[in-house]
Design a protein around this ligand. Structure first.
Ligand SMILES: [Zn+2]
Ligand SMILES: [Zn+2]
Length: 386
């Protein structure tokens, strides 16, 4: 893990579909958060067989223009990687409820599938066809009802866990990750990545769990390939509610049921009359508050400086077994309170507050363990250090 790390968000929306800002504007916002890249995943709606539904969507015929716009939005340090989020639940020939949002991370220059690509196929068949065509399917926000039990893991490149100011359920407690374990244990190489699913560039984007890709050139296709292959790790931190600080009314959170001040773009519209400003101006106000005190800059996130299992790094296959060495080095902005090595979905080793490795802002963990050759991850928790 000695090479450069690129930090990014793998699920974002712009005005090409239902997002509030253009791809060029988003580049400036994301760069301010210290994000090297974002994968632009505007909603692509397939028109089979009933025509395009009402609303603003990306559709297949627009793909070349959209890809060019993403390229032009990469003029600065921040790279906009063209991708799409396919919503097959509208207009498809499949049974209602069978379809689920899937991100496609197509290779640069490759023609994007048109609507006929999807006609008459089941969800699982479409995923397999898209993967065979090089479109790199990644199942989006897997904790929101994705039918993972229907997938073997062979049909997809990856799974996405969503974590942002709205979707804050603890990552390691989510049952969907067991399905990831099952796919890996069956021998399928399925990566895990994260996205904010932000439709607005304020703390919705700034609070997202970052996907950090390793040893990757600052170039769109290389980044998409690294995400799909899992040459990466995830980094997250906690966030004060900048919406509450700005005085937005509290209301029930649609995902967790709790009370929140977070306001997605479709709710900002109601403030237009109340405060005499446009939704976009209000979002910019929250964005500036997030930069001041939102803990959303690069320095607020833990950095994994080294990680290996039996000498294999992230995205590499480890020949694990008896007496396997697990090595991790990290830097944090506050001391970590918990470090775990997880195999097959359960902690096999755990360091808690007071352990020498967790005392400072720099940590080193070196353990020799008996591990089965399936799935390993490493988790740090800084949440008790707020
Ligand atoms: Zn979605
Ligand atoms: Zn989305």
């Amino acid at each position: 893990m000695a090479g450069a790390q690129l930090w990014g968000d793998c699920h974002t929306h712009s005005s090409w579909s239902d997002g509030l800002f253009s791809v060029e504007e988003l580049g400036r916002f994301y760069e301010s958060f210290g994000q090297d890249f974002r994968i632009q995943t505007d909603h692509l709606i397939v028109a089979v067989p009933d025509g395009l539904p009402a609303g603003k969507w990306l559709h297949a015929a627009q793909w070349p223009d959209y890809r060019s716009a993403c390229g032009r939005a990469s003029a600065g340090e921040h790279i906009c990687v063209p991708g799409a989020e396919v919503g097959w639940e509208v207009g498809s020939t499949a049974a209602p409820g069978e379809w689920f949002h899937t991100k496609l991370l197509p290779a640069a220059g490759e023609p994007f599938a048109d609507e006929s690509f999807f006609a008459g196929l089941s969800y699982v068949e479409v995923l397999a066809k898209a993967k065979a065509a090089g479109c790199r399917p990644v199942v989006a926000h897997i904790d929101q009802g994705a039918p993972l039990e229907r997938l073997s893991g062979a049909e997809v490149c990856g799974l996405e866990v969503r974590y942002d100011i709205e979707e804050t359920r603890p990552l390691l407690a989510r049952p969907s990750l067991k399905q990831w374990d099952r796919m890996l244990a069956a021998g399928h190489r399925v990566s895990i990545s994260s996205g904010s699913d932000a439709h607005q560039p304020d703390l919705w984007a700034g609070s997202g769990l970052r996907t950090v890709v390793l040893d990757t050139p600052r170039e769109a296709e290389a980044i998409a390939a690294a995400v799909a292959a899992g040459r990466s790790y995830l980094s997250g931190t906690w966030h004060p509610d900048c919406y509450a600080a700005a005085g937005w009314p509290a209301h029930p959170n649609r995902l967790t049921g709790g009370i929140t001040h977070f306001s997605p773009w479709w709710e900002f519209k109601q403030y237009k009359e109340l405060q005499g400003r446009s939704p976009r101006a209000l979002v910019v106000e929250i964005f500036e508050a997030a930069l001041r005190n939102g803990r959303c800059r690069r320095d607020d996130y833990p950095v994994l400086a080294a990680f290996s299992v039996c000498g294999a790094g992230s995205g590499q296959q480890a020949s694990a077994g008896a007496r396997c060495e697990v090595h991790a080095v990290w830097h944090t902005h506050v001391p970590a309170c918990l470090a775990r090595i997880i195999a097959d979905g359960a902690p096999v080793q755990q360091l808690t507050a007071g352990h020498p490795a967790l005392r400072g802002m720099e940590g080193v963990l070196h353990e020799t363990l008996d591990l089965r050759p399936i799935f390993y991850s490493f988790a740090l928790d800084v949440s008790a250090s707020r």
